[in-house]
Design a protein around this ligand. Sequence first.
Ligand SMILES: CC(C)(COP(=O)(O)OP(=O)(O)OC[C@H]1O[C@@H](n2cnc3c(N)ncnc32)[C@H](O)[C@@H]1OP(=O)(O)O)[C@@H](O)C(=O)NCCC(=O)NCCS
Length: 279
Amino acid sequence: MSEAPDAAALLEEAARYWRTSITEIRPGHIGLRGYPIEELIGRAGFAEVLWLLLRGELPDPRRARLLEAALVASVDHGPQAPAIAIARSAVSCGLPLNGAMASAINALGDVHGGAGQQALELFLRIEALRATGQGLDEAVTGAIGVAAREGEEHLPGYGHRFHPVDPRSGRLLALVEEARAAGLVSGRLAEVARACEAALERRKGRHIPLNIDGATAVVYGELGFAPPLARGLFCLARGVGILAHAWEQSGTGERNKGPMPRAIPYRYEGPGERHLPEP
Ligand SMILES: CC(C)(COP(=O)(O)OP(=O)(O)OC[C@H]1O[C@@H](n2cnc3c(N)ncnc32)[C@H](O)[C@@H]1OP(=O)(O)O)[C@@H](O)C(=O)NCCC(=O)NCCS
């Protein structure tokens, strides 16, 4: 006959089932990484609390400001940005705001909004080559060559459908430079990103700009965030624009809004009209 489970051991097992170092909840108490939430409310900014939750400690306010600058830079790119268009379409199809936001955020993949993760991986790979003693240009050329040989013709974090020069990138790199001068970041990933841009220009024979995913990847990497978080942070920031557009769309009363005005046809390229044989 098996023995009845020890109640204390069962309780201990249940308590260990969800383990976290992020938030402590007790009746009447919410602690974020040890800080009672009522102390944070009204004193810590959103970017600081974001940092606290992801990294475990409150940041130097100047570092939080740089993080916030990257978040601000990413908030929106108008209704023709695929994720924003998806959010607006979803609302017109009857989805509530949360459903529209989830649909849109699901579209932030490797090519749109999510490329910051691969960009930061690339920058860190190049930085690791530099740490072995390779020169910057040699490390950049080597890494781009490897990517091309692996069939990755598009360098993550570069290129834009609309902007020959992305106005957000220059500003963010200038802020990284200020932070470097103040001793807050090393500036090495910014150097790598600039060198990649120059190498890409030499390779393609024209300027292909550092885009928002690439520029924010520099900021997040300089601040010590891991590559997958470059994507996660972008999703959080773009969620702001997604929400604003979904909300605006919900006030229009439009229903079932597709990707183009109905009067503009798409091109059908399949077989001409044909018919089933007579039964
Ligand atoms: C964002 C993106 C889809 C924009 O596309 P686009 O400007 O319409 O570019 P296309 O894919 O049509 O390419 C046009 C030309 O520029 C080149 N190009 C564009 N972005 C490039 C990149 N990141 N790396 C290398 N070459 C690139 C293409 O190879 C192509 O060259 P070709 O004329 O010799 O064939 C594209 O630049 C890309 O995939 N970038 C990498 C992913 C990324 O960073 N996404 C985040 C966007 S904010």
